[in-house]
Design a protein around this ligand. Structure first.
Ligand code: FCB
Length: 457
């Protein structure tokens, strides 16, 4: 069966997966909600970042986005009709605490009450992410994640939300992709808050990891039967050639890209080789921090998009590594290499090196040029094949002994794709941003047929 699925991946069948394998789809607050100024929401760093000229490719922002704040019933219907059992979303921190800490905005809480009740009423499990990058701007003015006091603010937020929603929400993800929120936000400057200092990015990252560990304990105390984890963006890394220099570059890159997060979360502290390379840029770590960061979790969330090929480049700071664009490989509309088989390898490596209790693919998806045809349909065969091939790869990893328990497609809806604005569409559902009309794409129809085990062509 799998062989034929490899020839035509869309022949993969849901019955090939273990019985309780969890199927889902993912979204995030700033990317879909809109209603940026409604019901007392305070500004987040993304509102501020989008307001700066030249930051977002199409000059847009998430101020309206998919208007999910008002259209959530229709969106949850779409998710239910796909047949997913789990719906992953994130909470906008500044809807709950407009100033980041202190005063609570009841109308913000009420929105997530409605949303969670709506998810449950449609027979889905809510998977709640506390932080998908939209830090309250008020906290940024106090140093954002560079400041240790943001950890306390995050803990208070996790405490309030887990007390408020804990009887209904059992799956909690503390952070989404600290690499992106910290390295892209505080070092590369391409995401909010748009800063460019490696040392402070690593300090921010330390605080994010610390807040993950401390919040995990808080949620656990508030919700006895909670399943708690963190989601990382992880990448298979290869060297361009077999030379000793390129192989060493691969190790260095893997150190900062993957092990910098995985090692401390699984009790090994920061990787020694990376610390050595960082020298004075090493973050300030207080006694007890590494123990907190390694607080046991119930699962690891993995977001998989693409592998990276690197070469030794001594003049390229700070690690003497350059990421190279290998020619002739298949890529998505983002230029990201399509390599499902490498996802299998990545998962096997995580299983072997860290043995998380459970692993969930909390995001995987692709962007391509979507065209609405004369019949009003979007025949996105490339996305369908991308999805199917990654399902085949997920199944391969299960067969190879990876404790993979579920898969979430990124994303239910086209949405605000950060620095790319609305130019990149990742949805199973097309959004006409003029009218806010939703149209299920062919890939979405295929996922629904797959989940319902309906295989007629
Ligand atoms: C991930 C993000 C998600 C989305 C996808 C395409 O890194 O978590 O919000 O932007 O990439």
């Amino acid at each position: 069966m799998l062989n034929s699925a490899n020839d035509d991946p869309t022949l993969i069948r849901v019955e090939q997966f273990p019985e309780h394998f969890l199927w889902g789809c993912s979204t995030s607050s700033y990317q879909i909600e809109g209603a940026a100024q409604e019901d007392g929401r305070g500004p987040s760093i993304w509102d501020e970042f989008c307001a700066q000229s030249g930051r977002i490719l199409d000059g847009s922002s998430g101020a309206i986005a998919c208007d999910h704040y008002h259209r959530w019933p229709e969106d949850l219907d779409l998710a239910r009709d796909l047949g997913v059992k789990a719906y992953r979303f994130s909470v906008s921190w500044s809807r709950i605490f407009p100033e980041g800490r202190g005063r609570v905005e009841p109308r913000g809480l009420a929105f997530y009450d409605r949303l969670v009740d709506g998810i449950l009423a449609r027979g889905m499990e809510p998977w709640l992410t506390l932080y998908h990058w939209d830090l309250p701007q008020a906290l940024q003015l106090q140093g954002g994640w560079k400041s240790r006091s943001t950890v306390d603010a995050f803990n208070a937020y996790a405490d309030l939300l887990s007390k408020h929603l804990g009887s209904r929400v059992k799956h909690w993800i503390t952070h989404n992709e600290p690499w992106c929120s910290c390295i892209m936000g505080y070092y590369e400057g391409v995401h909010a808050p748009g800063e460019t200092n490696l040392q402070s990015a690593l300090q921010a990252c330390h605080h994010v990891l610390l807040s993950h560990g401390q919040a995990t304990k808080i949620i656990r105390a508030n919700v006895a039967d909670a399943k708690i984890g963190i989601t990382l963006s992880l990448h298979p890394i290869e060297s361009e050639t077999d030379s000793v220099a390129d192989a060493a570059a691969k190790t260095r890159h893997d150190g900062i890209r993957n092990r910098w997060f995985l090692d401390p979360l699984y009790g090994r502290g920061y990787p020694q080789d990376t610390l050595l390379l960082l020298g004075r840029m090493t973050p300030l770590v207080f006694e007890g921090d590494m123990v907190d960061i390694a607080t046991p979790t119930d699962f690891l969330g993995v977001n998989y998009y693409f592998p990276e090929v690197v070469k030794d480049a001594p003049s390229s700071l700070p690690f003497g590594v350059e990421v190279v664009e290998t020619p002739g490989v298949e890529r998505t509309g983002f230029g990201w290499q399509v390599a499902p088989e490498k996802m299998t390898e990545l998962l096997m490596r995580i299983q072997a090196d860290y043995a998380p209790k459970h692993i969930y693919l909390t995001e995987n998806g692709s962007t391509y040029e979507d065209v609405v045809n004369d019949s009003g349909e979007i025949i996105d065969d490339q996305r369908k094949r991308y999805l199917a091939r990654h399902l085949v790869a997920a199944l391969e990893s299960v067969k190879a002994g990876v404790n993979l328990r579920g898969y979430f497609v990124w994303s239910l809806l086209d949405n605000f794709e950060w620095a790319q604005g609305y130019l990149k569409r990742f949805g199973l559902t097309y959004i006409d941003y003029q009218t806010q009309r939703r149209i299920l794409k062919e890939s979405g129809k295929w996922y629904a047929r797959f989940l319902k085990a309906e295989y007629q062509k």
